[in-house]
Design a protein around this ligand. Structure first.
Ligand code: ADP
Ligand code: MG
Ligand code: ZN
Length: 585
């Protein structure tokens, strides 16, 4: 089954009892089904939607965890329409609020909002509507700031509560309550007042990204007692996940993406995610040169250009948006057939969100990452200030590099999901291409790397990842490599071994700050001494074939030399200056 559900520790509900809520024999069931079809124009519920709707209409407090784009909003919008009075919806961003109001207007569901951007008169009318027994709106959207700061709003809500007009409270993006979550917002911390003042109103918390510990925290902060937690599976069965090795030469890497789009996604809609604003401009213009209708999108563009790109892409006038992570919230195009990452994301959670914009219509779509050695260090220096930034980045790197396990299983771990290997159904490259990989003993290779590192340390020198690669391959200053013979491994294999050593703690990062730049150096890790022990071995699965797909190369017609030109400044050597604009979320 594609959905799973769990109960929070306090509230034990049997499986049978849970299933009871999937039924259609509740007093409200006819109305619910009618509204689904006639008002929302949807043919059927997606997994867990009906269960959540029946539970909240039964008056239960509920946390609903469901991946972005699966339809959480319906789980409060539909009950709102079927209830007396109105539903209070807390949303963190005004733009999300406006999107929802626009949609509700379109389908003739009366809705209103209160935030800093609306006029005084408008706000006054909305306040009056709250206590109006005729309930001029079925949904009222407010920012958490409003709850925290407006006594007038609280007093109106109290009147509405007493008149039984406040039918439900929905807290969207509920993980924002918790400091343990990735998007803590201080005003969310004060929302406990709602359940304390309006204890009889059922509360529905919604999120795409909460772990059980974050949810426990939200439960306390919101003062809900023993809510039921419904968790939908994070497995997007229609998405094919693939990782390709990025060509170290920037132009060649863009060329690979262009050929991929032209050969596989002709006339289809997609997103190419890039690292910086400059990359967005560069990659989009390169794609344009190759006759692909691609436009950039990043935070530094003026609002008009941004919304034009968004609009024309939604209308299929533009095929590809080449974007930084600024292209995110509110993107809800159903027929996105591919999401290509020109640069890896900074964490698996981010990757899941970004790639998850593909295939929202449930038809098949591809999520492809181009994994480049030097990108690891570009991002590493960028997230250096974040507490668990390195750890999260390395998990993303592991996702790209690990050929031992299904890509989906590597993602599932991050969502506390018990993974069943059947769940992939050959919809990732590791599951499909098992025969292209073989396990290689890399112990001797790793020892050579340690020797190079020790030699550098003895000379009081630090090595960047690129210097390390070069020394090992017999290039660069002779003094760095005088104790070993150049390796027989290819550049790609050399990089793979170094990444593996970094992931497993044989190597580690060593940052150095100058007023303008952060440098990434390599250092021996805590496990390096193990390599001195005779019996200690280290192995990894490697690609037998070139990770850059041969098919694409042939299709590109670029006639590139067999050994692509390696640009010297490509690897982690290039300092990442603060001037690079990356549009951090
Ligand atoms: P979430 O809040 O979980 O990220 P939304 O509520 O914004 O997702 O819904 C995402 C999209 O899914 C919307 O376009 C919505 O119309 C669509 N959707 C929701 N429920 C269904 C359904 N049962 N069948 C088809 N599409 C649906
Ligand atoms: Mg949502
Ligand atoms: Zn798989």
């Amino acid at each position: 089954s594609s959905a799973s559900s769990t109960e929070s520790c306090g509230h034990v509900m049997s499986k049978q009892e849970m299933q009871h809520y999937d039924g259609t024999d509740f007093p409200w069931s006819k109305e619910v089904v009618w509204n689904l079809k006639e008002l929302f124009k949807l043919s059927k519920f997606r997994p867990l939607q009906l269960r959540a709707i029946n539970m909240t209409l039964s008056g239960k407090d509920l946390f609903l965890v469901m991946p972005t784009g699966r339809g959480k909003s319906l789980c409060y919008q539909l009950p709102a329409v079927c209830s007396k009075g109105f539903t209070l919806v807390i949303t963190p961003l005004v733009s999300l609020m406006e999107d929802q109001i626009m949609y509700l207007q379109l389908i003739n569901v009366p809705a209103a909002m209160l935030n800093a951007s609306i006029s005084k008169n408008n706000a006054k009318a909305v306040m009056a509507g709250i206590t109006d027994p005729k309930s001029p709106f079925k949904l009222l959207y407010v920012t958490p700031e409003k709850i925290a700061k407006s006594k007038l709003l609280m007093s109106c809500l109290e009147k509405a509560y007493k008149a039984k007009l406040l039918s439900r409270i929905a807290v969207d993006e509920v993980h924002c309550c918790s400091q343990w979550g990735h998007d803590f917002r201080p005003d969310y911390k004060l929302l406990g007042i709602l359940k304390r003042q309006f204890p009889k109103v059922p509360l529905l918390g919604l999120t795409a990204t909460a772990t059980s510990s974050v949810l426990k925290d939200c439960e306390k902060i919101l003062c809900v007692q023993q809510p039921i937690t419904l968790s939908a599976s994070f497995n997007r069965t229609n998405l094919y996940y693939e990782v390709r090795i990025k060509d170290p030469d920037n132009e060649a890497s863009i060329c690979d993406i262009a050929s991929l789009i032209k050969s596989r996604y002709q006339d289809q809609s997609g997103i190419v995610y890039v690292f910086s604003q400059k990359d967005a401009e560069l990659v989009s213009s390169e794609l344009q040169k190759r006759d692909i209708l691609a436009y950039p999108y990043h935070a530094n563009m003026d609002p008009d250009s941004k919304s034009r790109v968004h609009r024309e892409w939604t209308a299929n006038k533009i095929k590809v948006v080449v974007a930084t992570v600024a292209f995110g919230m509110g993107i809800d195009k159903p027929d996105v057939r591919f999401v290509i990452h020109h640069t890896i994301s900074k964490s698996i959670e981010n990757y899941y969100q970004e790639s998850g914009r593909a295939g929202r219509d449930d038809a098949s779509a591809d999520c492809i990452v181009f994994f480049g050695f030097s990108d690891i260090f570009r991002i590493s220096t960028m997230v250096v200030m974040e507490n668990v930034g390195q750890q999260k980045l390395l998990q993303m790197v592991d996702y790209c590099q690990n050929l031992d396990r299904c890509r989906r299983s590597l993602m599932a771990v991050h969502f506390d999901e018990v993974w069943d290997d059947e769940g992939c159904n050959q919809m990732c490259d590791t599951c499909c291409r098992v025969k292209d990989y073989s396990t290689v003993d890399i112990t001797e290779h790793a020892k050579q790397v340690v020797q190079i590192m020790e030699l550098a340390a003895s000379m009081d020198e630090k090595l960047t990842p690129l210097k390390l690669v070069e020394a090992w391959m017999g290039k660069g200053p002779a003094k760095h490599r005088k104790t070993i013979k150049p390796t027989t491994l290819s550049r790609q294999q050399v990089e793979a071994v170094i990444v593996r050593m970094l992931l497993q703690g044989y190597l580690r990062e060593d940052f150095s700050f100058t007023p303008y730049t952060t440098y990434f150096y390599m250092k021996l890790g805590r496990k390096a001494p193990l390599l001195k022990i005779q019996s200690h071995t280290l192995s990894m699965k490697m690609r037998i074939t070139d990770g850059r797909s041969a098919v694409v190369r042939a299709a590109s017609g670029q006639g590139k030399a067999k050994q692509p030109k390696r640009s010297v400044q490509c690897a982690g050597d290039a300092p990442v200056s603060k001037k690079i604009k990356t549009d951090l979320p």
